[in-house]
Design a protein around this ligand. Sequence first.
Ligand code: ADP
Ligand code: MG
Length: 232
Amino acid sequence: MIDVQQLYHSFKIGKKGKENEIPVLKGVSFHIHQGEIATIVGKSGSGKSTLLNLISGYISPTSGKIVINGIDVTHFNEKEWAKFRLDHLGFIFQNFQLIPGLTTFENVELPLTLKGVEKKERQKRVMSMLERVGLNEQIDHYPNELSGGQQQRVSIARALITNPKVILADEPTGSLDSETEDEILKLIKELNEEKGITFLMITHDQEVAATSDRKLILHDGVLKEGGVLVEV
Ligand code: ADP
Ligand code: MG
């Protein structure tokens, strides 16, 4: 499902001609099976977001290989990534990243519009998804008229509306209080079981890591214990 082989990534920093290379990932390999919930844990600055950005195609690896859904995405250009993300991936962010000028309905509808799904079909799918995540009464609310937990439900609905097989999440409960965090984790777990969606989530939170099937511990640019996955 997600196959990462010998991934290296360095950032260049400093003035042109005098750049320093900062190695962040130094040979990361792992395999996540379909239907698993996996978490990436590690100290601040250990390269968790860098790893997720590589798997999302927002940055390119220095070397290594990334295969998602059996498709080698390592050398995709920007256009190929844009299409691949729309067809195969869903995203959830710590700060929700909803569009402020769009209602709940419109935020969730947007990926379907981008995919060219016709209006009647969009209406049907969005309404059913909003019902599933418990937002039937907030359809016409704007993001600033929703609580943090409700906003994260909208963003989960938006991530799922195109039926992706993989959801990538950077600290999805990082901005929520602990009660709301439990609610959102429960929803993620249910959706994982109902739809067999693979979740790869970054977290600082032991509680989130404890709910996952696999824990990837990033330390000094490699996965701890020689790159072997640590089963929870
Ligand atoms: P984490 O998400 O685990 O906190 P990051 O992946 O954001 O860590 O960052 C890992 C390291 O890479 C840090 O030392 C950070 O300063 C550095 N880094 C991240 N993004 C960039 C960038 N765009 N340019 C230069 N260095 C970066
Ligand atoms: Mg980060």
